[in-house]
Design a binder for this molecule. Structure first.
Ligand code: SF4
Length: 274
């Protein structure tokens, strides 16, 4: 039996057993990543789509994702890849060197590096580190789009290799995080750590009846301001997905109203999906 130290689930795994995230396994008395170098999605995206508004605006970034996640959000916008395991999906083997080379080959199309996104990338942090070393050596950037719910150990391993992150701050309610398999205090701690090493922007997806009270957004933005009032916050609009197909999309008016509340405390607040 081994205990995985990557995220707060701390899965205790017997030989051959796979963790809650479906990406880490106890194999040969060692916990390793099942999706190392196994990509599901590859796209050259505008950096604003991550979203990152203050990191090389106007550039493109080679965005890649695999399968698995340590969260189980019923509203997941990428559930087809985040909520499946290795046997459920077709992947393409891409070594860190091959991925870095692809980033270099797309430089002429405005690409500044590699973004690990779509599923939860930090649970497979070894692939990020191995790729980032090459990407950095060739003068390009590494980005992660993450739920930020990993242990201090994982943060210390991976943050020095990340030039920028967009971190979800999904709610300011600990109960909300519990329901999706996360932990608010871990995410807050990760955000604070990330600001000491990297450029950080945050995203809050507003879901009707779940995290859309004015009071919650007031507290959330107040807390961000205590870290740094210049951290950009992206407040984005929910559309019915996955296990929340029967919920209405968030009204644009609601998103704009909550953004105004956040602007009382933060210098840069953006609205998304509106
Ligand atoms: S990374 Fe995966 S296996 Fe490790 S503790 Fe988290 S959910 Fe469990």
């Amino acid at each position: 039996m081994l205990e995985c130290q990557v995220c707060p689930h701390h899965c205790r795994l017997t030989e051959g057993q796979i963790g809650v995230c479906r990406t880490r396994i106890n194999k040969g008395d060692e916990i390793t990543s099942l999706n190392y170098g196994k990509l599901v999605s590859v796209a050259l995206d505008p950096i604003e789509k991550k979203p990152l508004a203050h990191f090389h605006p106007g550039s493109m970034i080679l965005s890649v994702g695999s399968f698995g996640c340590n969260f189980h959000c019923p509203f997941c916008q990428n559930f087809q890849i985040s909520q499946v395991g290795a046997d459920d999906i077709t992947t393409k083997d891409v070594t860190p060197f091959e991925l870095a080379q692809l980033a270099l080959d797309t430089r002429e199309r405005g690409n500044i590096g590699v973004a690990f996104t779509y599923n939860e990338p930090l649970i497979s942090y070894e692939y990020i580190i191995d790729t980032a070393k090459i990407v950095r050596a060739q003068g390009q950037k590494t980005v992660a789009v993450t739920n930020g719910c990993v242990t201090r150990y994982t943060a210390e391993q991976v943050l020095p290799y990340l030039d920028a992150l967009n971190i979800d701050l999904k709610s300011f309610n600990p109960e909300f995080y519990k329901k999706i398999g996360g932990n608010l205090s871990t995410v807050k701690e990760f955000i604070v750590s990330a600001t000491t090493t990297s450029h950080v922007e945050l995203t809050t997806l507003i879901i009707p009846g779940e995290n859309d009270s004015e009071e919650e957004i007031e507290h959330l933005s107040q807390w961000i301001a205590t870290v740094n009032p210049e951290i950009p916050l992206h407040i984005s609009r929910f559309f019915p997905r996955y296990k929340m197909v029967n919920k209405e999309a968030t009204s644009v008016r609601k998103v704009y109203a909550l953004a105004e509340i956040a602007r009382r405390h933060l210098k840069y607040v953006y609205t998304g999906n509106c």
